[in-house]
Design a protein around this ligand. Sequence first.
Ligand code: SF4
Length: 120
Amino acid sequence: MQRIELLCTRCPRGCLLRVTATGSRVAVEGNECPVGEKHGAEEALNPRRTVSTTVRIIGARLPRLPVRTSEPVLKNRVRDVVAALKNIAVEAPVKAGQVILKNVADTGVDIIAERDMERA
Ligand code: SF4
């Protein structure tokens, strides 16, 4: 049996969740709504994170383009995602939401631009 305590980050209320996991069964206490129950169960069984970082951009006024994963990836794959972006360079112009890299590190998740960047 595994017990963890964590803050629910799904809304500003920040409920303290107490999660008990026994095999694939999970019990969540301390949540004020069903969203927290789902969040606690995911964090215990299958934690995921959205990865936000920057990549090099060529031909823009700024040298780095902010990017993020289109969906959260498994927490234990975050390093692989960051490593896959280390040597990426994109060419301006770029539009917010544009896919920069498909299926990053074989996660099934894309990397997208977080903002527009015009050609300088
Ligand atoms: S459990 Fe519900 S009310 Fe509490 S922080 Fe999470 S989302 Fe907000």
